[in-house]
Design a protein around this ligand. Structure first.
Ligand code: ZN
Length: 385
């Protein structure tokens, strides 16, 4: 856990005020070559170019210095799953994402029986209390059978008031977001219950039509869970969740920007329409992120990872699955797309409700990223999310 005057740089914890020098500083609109960042009391106090102010210096020798990434939707990494309840696995997951520059994250749980979720929430609360993760995101169990994706269909429920309360009580204020399908019986009422409890209601894994999505937004829902994935697709005569959520100024849209879950052109279309203020890039990462190919679990589902791509089998169909990327991969690759710039994309996983003071993450000149991923052939790994 970082104290108020502590910082993390390249995996090393430090203390006190200092100035980062010799780096390329990524600002909101441009990169400052030969820039510097003054850090006071653990927060960025000033950013500039040229001669740095007096004080202890940390020379990062040409590294790209970026604000810490905020990931609002993440199931694990480094071989560790947030659903495991195992402290060692939870720590692995946090460390994996820290290593890629994520300084604030929500730990997401997939659908499971309520008693199992309560146990998982209890284990995650310790991480929240220690400041390792910012809060808990329940993705389900109140989601649509028709759009359940990798969630266990046997664990899905309709959201009655008592069950929602049981889960929120288990979280004791640490559950920050719940993804649900508003067309379920009790869906809109649950949105109201969540928002009145100070929890973000996110709409996702939904087969709802406009008439079912809009009342949930009116009731207080503010987030679209991985827009496009796990929801009824856009149709020109029935906009469905994609059209309604993307077009509504009250909604912040999550995009899995690994360029596998969503085609680059569609990422561009959505980000352009939602704009910087409403677009959030997420990983939706599972435990296999930043780990070797092999067999992993997502909740109770087995996921086989090969060639950097997660797949699971259900009813003899092979499905593309949860993200294995980290936020900057897709954005970096997409930034290289002709005619497009990183500025067209959102604030890399920041939402108004999640906004916190920046912590710093510095990356080497080559960023330490893994190489470009092999993309599945067209038609392979259909029906992502
Ligand atoms: Zn997810």
């Amino acid at each position: 856990m970082l104290g108020p005057d502590q910082y993390m740089l390249g995996g090393v914890k430090g203390t006190g005020d200092f100035v980062i020098t010799g780096g390329r500083i990524a600002g909101p609109t441009r990169v400052l070559d030969d820039g510097w960042v003054a850090v006071t009391g653990g927060l960025i106090s000033e950013v500039g170019q040229g001669a740095p102010p007096e004080g202890p210096r940390m020379d990062v020798a040409g590294a790209l210095v970026v604000p810490g990434f905020v990931d609002t939707h993440c199931h694990g990494g480094g071989g560790g799953s947030f659903s495991s309840g195992d402290p060692d696995e939870l720590a692995l997951a946090v460390r994996a994402h820290r290593g890629h520059g994520t300084t604030t994250m929500l730990a997401s749980l997939v659908s499971d029986p309520v008693h199992a979720l309560c146990d998982q929430i209890a284990a995650l609360r310790e991480l929240v209390q220690d400041g390792e993760v910012h809060g808990i995101h329940l993705e389900g169990p109140f989601i649509s059978h028709a759009r359940c994706g990798a969630h266990d269909p046997a664990a899905l429920l309709e959201p009655d008031t008592a069950t929602v309360s049981t889960l929120l009580n288990a979280g004791r204020g640490d559950i920050r977001m719940v993804t649900l399908a508003p067309e379920l019986h009790g869906g809109v009422k649950a949105v109201r219950q969540l928002t009145e409890s100070g929890v973000i209601a996110a709409l996702g894994h939904t087969d709802g039509v406009q008439e079912q999505i809009l009342p949930a937004i009116d009731a207080g829902a503010t987030v679209a869970t991985h827009l496009f994935n796990g929801m009824r697709p856009l149709h020109h005569r029935e906009p469905g969740p994609v059209g309604v959520l993307l077009d509504d100024e009250r909604i912040t849209v999550e995009l899995i920007c690994d360029l596998v879950h969503i085609h680059p052109t569609v990422v561009h279309l959505a980000a352009k329409h939602a704009g910087k203020r409403r677009t959030v890039l997420i990983t939706d990462a599972m435990s296999a992120t930043d780990a070797a190919d092999g067999a992993y679990r997502l909740g109770r589902l087995k996921v086989n990872v090969s060639d950097d791509f997660g797949r699971y089998r259900r009813a003899r169909r092979q499905h593309a699955h949860h993200g294995r990327s980290v936020p900057q991969h897709g954005a970096r690759r997409e930034a290289g797309h002709p005619g497009r710039g990183a500025r067209d994309f959102g604030e890399t996983g920041r939402t108004a409700r999640h906004r916190r003071p920046h912590r710093l993450a510095a990356r080497g000149p080559r960023g330490g990223h893994r190489g470009a991923r092999r993309r599945p052939a067209p038609g392979q790994g259909a029906a992502p999310g």
